[in-house]
Write a protein that binds this ligand. Structure first.
Ligand code: MG
Length: 171
Protein backbone atom coordinates (compact mmCIF):
# COMPACT_ATOMS: atom_id res chain seq x y z
CA UNK A 1 0.00 0.00 0.00
CA UNK A 2 1.19 3.51 -0.77
CA UNK A 3 1.14 6.11 2.00
CA UNK A 4 -1.06 9.15 1.33
CA UNK A 5 2.01 11.34 1.24
CA UNK A 6 3.67 9.26 -1.49
CA UNK A 7 0.42 8.85 -3.41
CA UNK A 8 -0.16 12.62 -3.41
CA UNK A 9 3.43 13.25 -4.50
CA UNK A 10 3.14 10.76 -7.38
CA UNK A 11 -0.25 12.15 -8.45
CA UNK A 12 1.34 15.62 -8.55
CA UNK A 13 4.16 14.15 -10.64
CA UNK A 14 1.68 12.54 -13.06
CA UNK A 15 0.24 16.02 -13.59
CA UNK A 16 3.75 17.43 -14.07
CA UNK A 17 4.51 14.77 -16.71
CA UNK A 18 1.29 15.59 -18.57
CA UNK A 19 2.17 19.29 -18.33
CA UNK A 20 5.56 18.44 -19.85
CA UNK A 21 3.80 16.50 -22.62
CA UNK A 22 1.55 19.50 -23.28
CA UNK A 23 4.54 21.88 -23.29
CA UNK A 24 6.39 19.79 -25.89
CA UNK A 25 3.24 19.37 -27.99
CA UNK A 26 2.90 23.16 -27.97
CA UNK A 27 6.51 23.44 -29.14
CA UNK A 28 5.84 20.85 -31.87
CA UNK A 29 2.83 22.84 -33.08
CA UNK A 30 4.82 26.10 -32.99
CA UNK A 31 7.63 24.68 -35.14
CA UNK A 32 5.18 22.91 -37.44
CA UNK A 33 3.60 26.30 -38.13
CA UNK A 34 7.07 27.76 -38.74
CA UNK A 35 7.82 25.07 -41.33
CA UNK A 36 10.54 23.47 -39.20
CA UNK A 37 9.42 19.87 -39.67
CA UNK A 38 12.47 18.22 -38.08
CA UNK A 39 12.24 20.24 -34.88
CA UNK A 40 8.47 19.63 -34.80
CA UNK A 41 9.14 15.89 -35.12
CA UNK A 42 11.65 15.98 -32.26
CA UNK A 43 9.15 17.71 -29.96
CA UNK A 44 6.32 15.41 -31.05
CA UNK A 45 8.40 12.46 -29.90
CA UNK A 46 9.16 14.28 -26.67
CA UNK A 47 5.38 14.71 -26.25
CA UNK A 48 4.95 10.93 -26.54
CA UNK A 49 7.80 10.26 -24.12
CA UNK A 50 6.25 12.49 -21.48
CA UNK A 51 2.92 10.69 -21.83
CA UNK A 52 4.84 7.43 -21.33
CA UNK A 53 6.38 8.88 -18.14
CA UNK A 54 2.89 9.67 -16.82
CA UNK A 55 1.78 6.15 -17.80
CA UNK A 56 4.69 4.56 -15.90
CA UNK A 57 3.66 6.44 -12.75
CA UNK A 58 -0.04 5.59 -13.26
CA UNK A 59 0.77 1.90 -13.72
CA UNK A 60 2.87 1.98 -10.57
CA UNK A 61 0.14 3.60 -8.44
CA UNK A 62 -2.36 1.01 -9.70
CA UNK A 63 0.10 -1.83 -9.08
CA UNK A 64 0.46 -0.71 -5.46
CA UNK A 65 -3.31 -0.58 -4.94
CA UNK A 66 -3.38 3.22 -4.90
CA UNK A 67 -5.66 5.68 -6.62
CA UNK A 68 -4.64 7.82 -9.58
CA UNK A 69 -6.32 11.23 -9.50
CA UNK A 70 -6.00 13.36 -12.62
CA UNK A 71 -5.90 17.11 -12.01
CA UNK A 72 -6.34 19.86 -14.65
CA UNK A 73 -3.32 20.57 -16.84
CA UNK A 74 -2.20 24.20 -16.58
CA UNK A 75 -1.74 26.40 -19.63
CA UNK A 76 1.57 26.17 -21.51
CA UNK A 77 3.46 28.82 -23.53
CA UNK A 78 2.53 28.96 -27.23
CA UNK A 79 5.51 30.52 -28.97
CA UNK A 80 9.30 30.74 -28.84
CA UNK A 81 11.60 33.24 -30.52
CA UNK A 82 13.89 30.57 -32.05
CA UNK A 83 14.79 26.87 -31.84
CA UNK A 84 17.61 27.84 -29.47
CA UNK A 85 15.08 29.60 -27.24
CA UNK A 86 12.87 26.47 -27.20
CA UNK A 87 15.75 24.12 -26.36
CA UNK A 88 16.92 26.47 -23.60
CA UNK A 89 13.36 26.39 -22.21
CA UNK A 90 13.45 22.59 -22.52
CA UNK A 91 16.66 22.30 -20.49
CA UNK A 92 15.36 24.70 -17.85
CA UNK A 93 12.12 22.73 -17.62
CA UNK A 94 13.88 19.35 -17.40
CA UNK A 95 16.07 20.66 -14.57
CA UNK A 96 12.87 21.51 -12.68
CA UNK A 97 11.50 18.01 -13.36
CA UNK A 98 14.74 16.51 -12.04
CA UNK A 99 14.25 18.49 -8.83
CA UNK A 100 10.66 17.20 -8.54
CA UNK A 101 11.81 13.58 -8.97
CA UNK A 102 14.56 14.11 -6.39
CA UNK A 103 11.98 15.49 -3.99
CA UNK A 104 9.74 12.40 -4.28
CA UNK A 105 12.86 10.27 -3.89
CA UNK A 106 13.63 12.06 -0.60
CA UNK A 107 10.05 11.48 0.61
CA UNK A 108 10.30 7.78 -0.31
CA UNK A 109 13.52 7.50 1.70
CA UNK A 110 11.96 9.30 4.68
CA UNK A 111 9.05 6.87 4.59
CA UNK A 112 11.21 3.79 4.00
CA UNK A 113 9.21 3.12 0.83
CA UNK A 114 11.89 1.19 -1.03
CA UNK A 115 9.57 0.02 -3.83
CA UNK A 116 8.84 3.62 -4.77
CA UNK A 117 12.52 4.47 -4.51
CA UNK A 118 13.28 1.58 -6.87
CA UNK A 119 10.73 2.80 -9.44
CA UNK A 120 12.10 6.34 -9.16
CA UNK A 121 15.60 5.10 -10.04
CA UNK A 122 14.39 4.70 -13.63
CA UNK A 123 13.35 8.37 -13.64
CA UNK A 124 16.63 9.50 -12.06
CA UNK A 125 18.55 7.97 -15.01
CA UNK A 126 15.98 9.23 -17.51
CA UNK A 127 16.46 12.81 -16.25
CA UNK A 128 20.23 12.59 -16.78
CA UNK A 129 19.50 11.75 -20.43
CA UNK A 130 16.82 14.43 -20.81
CA UNK A 131 19.16 17.15 -19.55
CA UNK A 132 22.10 15.84 -21.61
CA UNK A 133 20.07 15.76 -24.84
CA UNK A 134 18.68 19.28 -24.34
CA UNK A 135 22.20 20.57 -23.61
CA UNK A 136 23.59 18.86 -26.75
CA UNK A 137 20.91 20.49 -28.91
CA UNK A 138 21.55 23.91 -27.35
CA UNK A 139 25.24 23.44 -28.21
CA UNK A 140 24.43 22.45 -31.79
CA UNK A 141 22.05 25.36 -32.42
CA UNK A 142 24.56 27.75 -30.81
CA UNK A 143 27.37 26.44 -33.01
CA UNK A 144 25.29 26.70 -36.19
CA UNK A 145 23.95 30.18 -35.44
CA UNK A 146 22.18 31.52 -38.54
CA UNK A 147 23.96 29.28 -41.05
CA UNK A 148 21.20 28.11 -43.43
CA UNK A 149 22.92 24.90 -44.51
CA UNK A 150 23.73 23.98 -40.91
CA UNK A 151 20.13 24.59 -39.85
CA UNK A 152 18.86 22.52 -42.78
CA UNK A 153 21.14 19.61 -41.90
CA UNK A 154 20.25 19.72 -38.21
CA UNK A 155 16.54 19.81 -39.14
CA UNK A 156 17.11 16.66 -41.22
CA UNK A 157 18.85 15.01 -38.26
CA UNK A 158 15.94 15.85 -35.93
CA UNK A 159 13.44 14.64 -38.54
CA UNK A 160 15.03 11.18 -38.33
CA UNK A 161 14.24 10.73 -34.63
CA UNK A 162 11.77 7.88 -34.01
CA UNK A 163 9.70 7.11 -30.94
CA UNK A 164 10.46 3.97 -28.97
CA UNK A 165 8.19 3.26 -26.01
CA UNK A 166 10.26 2.70 -22.85
CA UNK A 167 10.69 -1.04 -22.23
CA UNK A 168 9.53 -0.51 -18.63
CA UNK A 169 5.99 0.01 -20.01
CA UNK A 170 5.95 -3.56 -21.31
CA UNK A 171 6.77 -5.09 -17.90
MG1 MG B 1 9.25 13.36 -18.01
Amino acid sequence: MLSNKIQDAINAQINAEFWSAYLYLSMAMHFEAEGRKGIANWFNIQFKEEQAHAQIFMNYVNQRGGRVVLAPIAEVPASWTSPLDAFKATLEHERKVTALINNIYAIAEEEHDYATRDRLNWFVSEQVEEEETAKELIDKFTLIGNDGMGLYMLDQELAARVYNAPSILAE
